[in-house]
Design a binder for this molecule. Structure first.
Ligand code: NAP
Length: 308
């Protein structure tokens, strides 16, 4: 057991990310008490039933009152409203953080509501599954994954940043720090645009299925199955990601379209060298990800060995 990093932590929103945080905090004894709140009675009842949080509250303000750290774990589009609701009860010297997949829009929505005496240290754990809700979390979700800490501005209290970093390290994550705009561009490349492409590919195949009956499902063992897994991600979360990281996502999709046209031309003109060189280069990138410990090189993505 590690020494607690915070006396009381409040988790607002009790889905995949918050529930995994709770189990990881408990695993390492990182907080004295964890309170929680979710919008629906159903989620709050489920949380109580499965022992998610030491105390499940009936409002976000009740959960946040007296907390040393409040983490907003709701969809990006709901962050500003929650910040407004909890701001009157925040303890002076407390830290507010969030786990949103987009950072600039969250800072713009949340910061104006926070009192002077409260530190705001946004963060984004680069870990997830296609499942959501209070029962989808598990303590190991953040093990050896990155968490990017994005201080709201240059004047953010260094002690508050260091403490939040310790919490994420205690939950198993490797912590990095960058500014909000850089974060949003990096994530547009590594996560947001790929999700949009997966959604599109599954949509295209669905159209095709009407022509070829069940063949798309029947023979989906290869690449397509991985697209369907990504495209099963939560619709609310991903709607909010695209609406709130518009500029960076559109920039990357523009580049993607140019590359796609170049490959299309190579196929049309029979330019095998272009295709071979391109695929050799992308294969090396995959090798780099495995060497960095961010994925397994087991055949079939190690499906048999991984947690569901
Ligand atoms: P989730 O499983 O769908 O859970 C979202 C939670 O937020 C639910 O408990 C929901 O309550 C609550 N909620 C929604 N709107 C609310 C509101 N207006 N006020 C109060 N609570 C509200 O979502 P998640 O996957 O944990 O994602 C949470 C955040 O983490 C998002 O900002 C997302 O961008 C970010 N994130 C997600 C992933 C991922 O892969 N899933 C990875 C990194 C970061 P009800 O259950 O009562 O509706």
């Amino acid at each position: 057991m590690t020494k607690p990093v915070y006396g009381r932590v409040a988790l607002i929103g009790l889905g995949l990310i918050a529930s995994s945080m709770f189990w990881a905090i408990k695993r390492a004894g990182l907080a004295g008490e964890v309170t929680g709140y979710a919008r629906s009675q159903e989620t709050r009842d489920t949380a109580r039933k499965i022992g998610l949080c030491d105390r499940v509250c009936e409002s976000a303000a009740e959960a946040a009152e007296g907390a040393d750290l409040v983490v907003l774990c709701v969809p990006v589009g709901a962050m500003g409203g929650v910040a407004q609701e909890i701001s009157p009860v925040l303890k002076p010297g407390a830290t507010v953080s969030d786990v949103g997949s987009v950072k600039r829009a969250v800072i713009d929505a949340v910061a104006p509501h926070l009192p002077e005496a409260v530190h705001f240290v946004p963060a984004h754990p680069l870990a997830g599954t296609e499942h959501s809700g209070p029962q989808s979390g598990f303590a190991e979700l953040y093990d050896n994954r990155w968490c990017i800490v994005v201080p709201a501005d240059d004047d953010t209290d260094a002690e508050a940043v260091a403490r939040l970093r310790s919490l994420w390290e205690g939950m198993g994550a490797n912590v990095d720090q960058m500014d909000a705009d850089h974060h949003d561009l990096v994530l547009a490349v590594t996560s947001h645009a790929p999700h949009l492409i997966a959604y599109t590919m599954v949509g295209v195949a669905d159209d095709l299925r009407r022509v070829t009956d069940s063949e798309v499902i029947k023979y989906s063992a290869a690449g397509f199955r991985d697209f369907t897994r990504i495209a099963a991600s939560d619709p609310t979360m991903w709607r909010d990601v695209f609406l709130n990281n518009k500029e960076a996502t559109l920039e990357i999709l523009g580049r993607f379209t140019e590359e796609l046209f170049a490959l299309q031309r190579a196929i049309r003109t029979g330019d095998g060298d272009h295709l071979f060189d391109y695929f050799t280069h992308t294969r090396a990138i995959r090798r780099g990800i495995i060497e960095a410990g961010q994925d397994t090189d087991a055949p079939d993505f190690g499906r048999g060995a991984k947690k569901p």
